[in-house]
Design a protein around this ligand. Structure first.
Ligand code: ADP
Ligand code: GN1
Ligand code: MG
Length: 349
């Protein structure tokens, strides 16, 4: 769906209700696919991030309750995290993090190390989050088997008559059904433990220090909930090793970069000391699986008529699905190398 438009008065009213009255500007910000995000600048020189939480997807109260617990826990341990300034359902206001930035695509392998180390530090900091369990914000979020069932339903309903034009993409998915249940089954057997995870570790969800490039804050905490460490690592592989944007149309430019993968593994494993053998053994696989899963979700949304992700053109979700599938193919071609990198880095720890 296209992003909703907001009148300046609507934003000013929301901000006034939050006690922010000296607004100079409130402008669209970032490139997220779900929420509506604005940077707010005030006459006092203070800036904020204002977000309207997408109520079609989230229960905002549950999201904010998880976020408050997570951010307070991280800060109590001396870490940096998002600071909630105000929340008036479904709007929330964060302090604007200064001196750091996000990128949609990384251009230097060292950035992969820094981003992965920040996300691993996030998982590590939450390993001792006191009970109760966080709310399951979106149940089965990364469950590839459920995502396949949603694809099958959208394909059968074919509400926009688009299925006929998606033959190669549907065949690509069908050829990979056998591996879809791998992680789900390892978790069901107890070989891989449930952990508190971020669940949306794309590269633009970590703030990088303007001067040093170090990952300073892990942001976009809406889906932080009980999950699997491998899905976080996998989404880093998807977004941090990619040579091109998530919606690049020229598939010749889309592939996973080996040296970025190696730095990603090094950065992740230097802080993720808690991983067990089964998790280590599936790190490289997780990149392929989560990229396939996100591709399935884009394709499902295309078939369903673009009801979930923000889109900027009619075939946006199909283009994104194709990009993910090209990434999967690239990771498959390099699978032996990637497995070898994980083993070598894990041995050297
Ligand atoms: P979405 O859920 O839509 O992806 P995010 O929470 O990731 O929204 O925010 C979108 C972008 O806004 C981020 O990629 C980042 O660049 C910027 N951003 C988010 N929160 C902050 C913050 N507290 N300070 C500075 N920039 C932020
Ligand atoms: C969405 O909100 P954003 O843009 O960071 C999506 C993720 C996908 C991602 C693909 C709640 O993340 O799961 O991986 O798009 N978030 C939700 O770019 O569905
Ligand atoms: Mg985001």
């Amino acid at each position: 769906m296209s992003s909703r438009e907001y009148a300046a008065d609507e934003l000013r009213d929301v901000l006034a209700g939050m006690g922010v009255k000296d607004v100079v500007s409130a402008a669209r910000y970032g490139s997220g696919h779900i929420n509506d995000t604005f940077k707010v600048d005030c006459a006092s020189g203070v800036s904020y991030i204002l977000q309207r939480i997408n109520t079609d997807i989230f229960d905002p109260d549950a999201v904010m309750s998880n976020i408050r617990r997570v951010t307070e826990h991280i800060r109590a341990k001396g870490g940096k995290s998002l600071e909630v300034v105000a929340y008036t359902r479904p709007w929330r206001l964060y302090a604007f993090i200064k001196g750091a930035h996000t990128v949609d695509l990384i251009t230097e392998a060292g950035q992969a190390y820094k981003a992965a180390s920040a996300f691993a530090g996030f998982q590590d900091a939450l390993a001792d989050l006191p009970a109760p369990r966080l709310v399951d914000i979106i149940p089965n979020f990364h469950n590839t088997v459920s995502r396949l069932a949603q694809l099958d339903a959208a394909r059968a309903a074919d509400v926009k008559g688009r299925a006929a034009s998606c033959g190669p993409e549907l065949d690509f998915v069908d050829a990979r059904r056998a591996e879809a249940a791998t992680i789900v089954e390892l978790m069901a057997r107890g070989d891989i433990p449930e952990r508190t995870t971020h669940n949306d570790t794309k590269i633009n969800n970590v703030m990088l220090d303007d001067a040093t490039g170090e990952g300073t804050h892990v942001i976009d905490l809406d889906t932080t909930m009980p999950g699997c460490a491998l899905y976080d690592f996998g989404d880093m592989v998807r977004t941090s090793t990619a040579n091109a944007a998530e919606d690049e149309r020229d598939l010749a430019k889309v592939y996973s970069r080996n040296e970025y993968f190696e730095q990603l593994v090094r950065g992740y494993l230097c802080k993720a000391k808690f991983l067990n053998e089964a998790e280590l053994a599936h790190l490289a696989f997780s990149g392929r699986l989560i990229t396939l899963t996100i591709g399935i979700r884009f394709l499902t949304d295309y078939l369903a008529g673009d009801v979930y992700f923000h889109t900027a053109c009619d075939d946006h979700n199909l283009v994104r699905a194709r990009t993910q599938f090209k990434m999967v193919r690239s990771m498959e071609e390099q699978a032996a190398d990637y497995e070898g990198i994980v083993r070598a880095v894990a041995r050297g720890r």
